[in-house]
Design a protein around this ligand. Structure first.
Ligand code: AMP
Ligand code: ZN
Length: 473
């Protein structure tokens, strides 16, 4: 099996990666804050972590135990729930469902654990971690809130490579309205405020700070530190991940995570995504323009995760075209004549396999992995033109593409999209019932309109003595 070399933000170097306990990789990824639909930048990070997960499983042969949290309590979620006039959990539930739908549409494998910060077991774990930090002398209390005193942890700043002198000058750090001894300190537990949800498992009434959520959930769900891998977007290195390390190490006195993976940002037409620029796109915005989720997944994984990626509509068209090229190739393979294999084709297949695996093993170089796929497509297409491809070669080529797609996850996604009826099944069934009712009241014009409407949208109705059936045109 292939050994992965992964860039570790902690050491700023590529290192050979293997899990510390047996064959199972313990992986934590910071998940979405559930107050709105996640945007395509968020999904660049989630797709990249999905590529990591699939590479660990299908290229390196490990098992993966992955936790991705939902941040379901913070200022944004609380304000959103207040404005909507619904309880916090009910409010965040709808965004969690929307996220799950988008994640499935983009072919993300489901993590083993998807905790919500406000699950009671997690809030208890956060409180326990705060008590451990208190016992180890890393905290102070002020007006009902509990803070982490970073001067008590000499290693603070190692991940972000902070210049401690620079920090003393008051570099803006996690500033909020709460009073702190030192601007660099950060809040672990926020005192209860009127109109805000509040819990108390021994800390005093209040709610968790954002950073403590991830530290506590990672260790509760993945076991003894250090966990193998922790991932997120580059914006999280500081202060979020630095603070996660401080909390976990301050509480357990052991290293928190062995490897840190950070995904560079997605830009839109060379600009940062922002509400004021009106370029914060969601998956729904992409599909509204006629693109399918498989093409967006392709675009998001087409660049190396440590390089910035620029989203453009032209890029979406190119992603569609590239993906179609692979799918058309698979179709073409179905029509080659029977016969024994040709060594030159099998050699191209083996070369592509090697190149694909070594590209991924080289810090998840998806751009190079895709180049290996297209080399194979080009070589075998040329061989088909020259009539030197038999069914045996075609089977080997198809098998290789299927193997690549276990990691890429774009071809199977496109095939599933193609197989799905152009009108949702529930809608077809509802319209069939309406048509049946129209016929019963002898309104044949209305019944025909429904049939024609479905036909225009690619669904044919067939009336048989036993009843009506639908099929794709
Ligand atoms: P959030 O919901 O803001 O907590 O973000 C969820 C994940 O998306 C985090 O890992 C962020 O680092 C990541 N993220 C946010 N914006 C972008 C972006 N423009 N490109 C890539 N990842 C992003
Ligand atoms: Zn986190």
């Amino acid at each position: 099996m292939t050994m992965l070399r992964l860039y570790n933000t902690l050491t700023r170097r590529e290192e050979a990666f293997a899990p510390s306990q047996g064959n199972t990789v313990r992986l934590y990824g910071c998940g979405p804050t559930v107050y709105a639909r996640a945007h395509i930048g968020n999904f660049r990070t989630f797709v990249s972590v999905d590529i990591l997960r699939r590479t660990l499983k299908y290229v390196c042969g490990y098992q993966v135990r992955q936790a991705v949290n939902y941040t379901d309590v913070d200022d944004k979620t609380i304000n959103g729930a207040r404005e909507a006039g619904v309880p916090l959990r009910e409010y965040t539930e709808q965004w969690i469902r929307a996220f799950g739908g988008d994640a499935a549409a983009l072919g993300l494998e489901t993590p083993e654990e998807t905790p919500r910060a406000t699950d009671e077991a997690n809030l208890r774990a956060m409180s326990e971690m705060i008590f451990a930090l208190e016992r180890n002398g890393h905290t102070y209390r002020r007006d009902g809130s509990i803070y982490f005193r970073i001067s008590t942890l000499p290693a603070y700043g190692t991940l972000a490579r902070l210049d401690r002198e620079g920090m003393q000058d008051g570099t803006s750090v996690d500033v909020d309205e709460y009073s702190k001894d030192d601007p660099r300190d950060f809040v672990l537990w926020k005192a209860e405020r009127p109109g805000e949800p509040s819990w108390d498992f021994g800390t005093g009434p209040g709610r968790p700070g954002w950073h403590i959520e991830c530290s506590a959930m990672a260790l509760r769900l993945l076991g003894d530190p250090p966990i193998d891998l922790h991932a997120g977007g580059v914006d999280l290195i500081f202060p979020h991940h630095e603070n996660e390390i401080a909390q976990s190490e301050g509480a357990t006195k052991k290293p928190f995570a062995r490897f840190w993976m950070h995904v560079e940002h997605l830009f839109v037409e060379h600009e940062k995504m922002s509400k004021s620029l009106g370029n914060v796109y969601t998956l729904a915005d992409i599909t509204a323009r006629g693109h399918r989720p498989s093409a967006l997944r392709y675009l998001l994984l087409s660049a190396h995760y440590r390089k910035q990626l620029n989203f453009t509509w032209t890029g979406m068209d190119q992603a569609e075209e590239a993906l179609r090229r692979i799918v058309d190739f698979l179709t073409r393979l179905e029509d080659v004549p029977p016969g024994a294999s040709h060594p030159s084709v099998l050699q191209a297949v083996e070369q592509a396999r090697d190149a694909f695996r070594s590209a991924l093993a080289d810090d998840l170089n998806t751009a190079a992995a895709l180049a290996a796929v297209f080399d194979l497509v080009r070589d075998v297409n040329a061989a088909i033109d020259a009539r030197t491809v038999s069914a045996a070669d075609a089977a080997a080529s198809r098998q290789a593409i299927e193997e690549f797609d276990r990691v890429l996850g774009v071809v199977s996604l496109r095939q599933a999209e193609d197989a799905r009826p152009p009108v949702p099944v529930e809608e077809i069934e509802r319209l069939m019932q309406e048509r049946q009712a129209a016929r019963q009241r002898r309104d044949f014009a209305a019944a025909d309109r429904i049939r024609q409407d479905l036909a225009d949208r690619g669904i044919l109705l067939e009336d048989n003595p036993g009843g009506t059936r639908w099929k794709k045109k």
